[in-house]
Write a protein that binds this ligand. Structure first.
Ligand code: ACO
Length: 401
């Protein structure tokens, strides 16, 4: 707490916590993290158990409702999510307005935000049921939009959702099927995607979730809130890291070049950072990274992929973890160090990696948004600042300056 007297006015005391390293911005019952012990719980359930036994839609239900669904609740929820997968035909026209080489995350921000223009009538922000329908629409429609972004980027027609398929199968189908050709969704790919999506579903007050909450605290339309979350996620320090890891591994190219890149990462005059390394909260290990490394082995084996990038990533991890700089600063691989290698093995293009993260995180974003909206004590989020600028002075006219 810093006395801010000495700057104009008697402003009293503020807590100055740049980058919110030690500030809890809200109370929440959704996700617990113990960064020192590498613990991650969703509604009390360890991430390891969810990864082993659950599926993405069940985990989404857990995040939103606080309990695991029974069989009937799961069937009802799954059906609701399947039922909302279609997008308005007019929305399809939005894609024609984007350049063919637009980054899919830029299209996601725009198109998801534009859903606000389609679903505003009758949206009563005081009615829990209305809010829940928005949450369902977001979870259901984002894969359809994501696949359409991908199809636009490769110049193929948009594929309509097939509601006999489950969430991950449908996503793969919409991305990879081509009209008039049979496409069978690979069960290995659907299983791996389910697991990756569980691991990315929520992570308490990370930058994008905090953004969703801050925008939501103004009473903004839910689709606008999630679009803002997508924007925050895109940055390379956050969700953009999964794309960054593959680009970095590509640049490193071979094991001999690793020391050179480690030196670059340590050089404070060089903006380069080891992508997929470090985390604000985890200072021992990221439990998601431990799971993902194991899955990486399995997926590469099951898909028969021999990826030199995986070998390179493992070598990079091994060398970095012995390096004093990374040891001292407790910098370990995070969830996205290996996720890109898996996505690549599943045939998902690098530019879509962060989009995959956004789809998974949607369940977390909407859970936090719903929790915040249900709080009767909720107030608009409004941080203060420490003013460091000029003291009060008088305006000088242009001809006297
Ligand atoms: N490579 C090299 N040095 C690093 C890295 C890295 N990846 N990460 C942190 N450091 C250094 C910092 O420069 C700092 O050094 P200093 O003490 O000499 O000044 C020290 O380690 C502490 O790091 P902070 O910057 O305080 O860490 P912060 O909590 O602010 O940032 C972040 C965390 C953004 C994840 C950071 O580690 C980073 O940029 N990593 C690479 C990008 C990445 O993988 N992001 C994904 C995060 S996980 C997710 O969103 C899913």
């Amino acid at each position: 707490t810093i006395d801010v007297k000495g700057i104009p006015g008697e402003l009293g005391y503020f807590t100055h916590d740049p980058s919110f390293g030690t500030t809890a911005s809200c109370e929440s019952e959704i996700t617990f993290i113990d960064g020192d012990k590498g613990v991650l719980l969703h509604r009390g359930y360890p991430i390891e158990q969810l990864a082993e036994n659950s599926n993405y839609i069940e985990t989404a239900y857990l995040l939103i409702h606080g309990e695991l669904p029974n069989a009937e609740e799961f069937a009802t929820f799954s059906n609701i999510i399947r039922r909302h997968t279609m997008i308005n035909e007019s929305l399809k026209k939005f894609f024609d307005g984007f350049r063919h080489d637009a980054h899919p995350m830029s299209m996601m921000m725009g198109v998801v935000g534009s859903l606000a223009a389609f679903y505003h009538d009758g949206l009563n922000m005081n009615d829990e049921e209305h809010l829940m329908v928005s949450a369902h629409r977001l979870i259901s429609k984002l894969p359809t939009i994501a696949a359409a972004c991908y199809k636009h980027s490769i110049g193929e027609p948009i594929v309509y959702p097939r509601n006999d398929l489950d969430y991950c199968e449908n996503l793969l189908y919409m991305m990879f099927s081509v009209p008039c050709e049979d496409y069978v969704v690979s069960p290995i790919a659907a299983k791996a995607l389910n697991l990756l999506f569980i691991l990315h579903a929520d992570h308490e007050q990370n930058a994008s979730t905090s953004t969703v909450r801050l925008v939501g605290s103004t009473g903004a339309n839910p689709f606008a809130c999630i679009s803002a979350g997508i924007a925050a996620l895109w940055g390379p320090a956050h969700g953009g890291a999964n794309e960054g890891v593959l680009t970095m591994l590509d640049e490193i190219g071979s094991v001999e070049n690793i020391p050179k890149f480690l030196e670059k990462a340590k050089d404070k005059n060089d903006p380069f950072k080891l992508m997929g390394f470090g985390h604000r909260v985890y200072k021992n290990f990221d439990p998601r990274a431990t799971i993902i490394r194991k899955v990486c082995y399995e997926v590469l084996e099951e898909t028969g992929t021999q990826d030199p990038m995986f070998e390179l990533a493992m070598k990079l991890e091994e060398i970095a973890l012995k390096d004093e700089y990374f040891v001292e600063r407790k910098l370990y691989p995070n969830v996205d160090f290996y996720s890109g290698v898996i996505y690549k093995a599943l045939g998902i293009p690098v530019s879509m990696f962060t989009v995959m993260f956004a789809l998974a995180r949607t369940s977390g974003w909407v859970s936090h948004w719903l929790e915040m909206m249900a709080d009767p004590k909720g107030r608009i989020g409004r941080p203060r600042q420490l003013y460091k600028g000029s003291p009060k002075r008088d305006y000088v006219s242009l001809d006297e300056r």
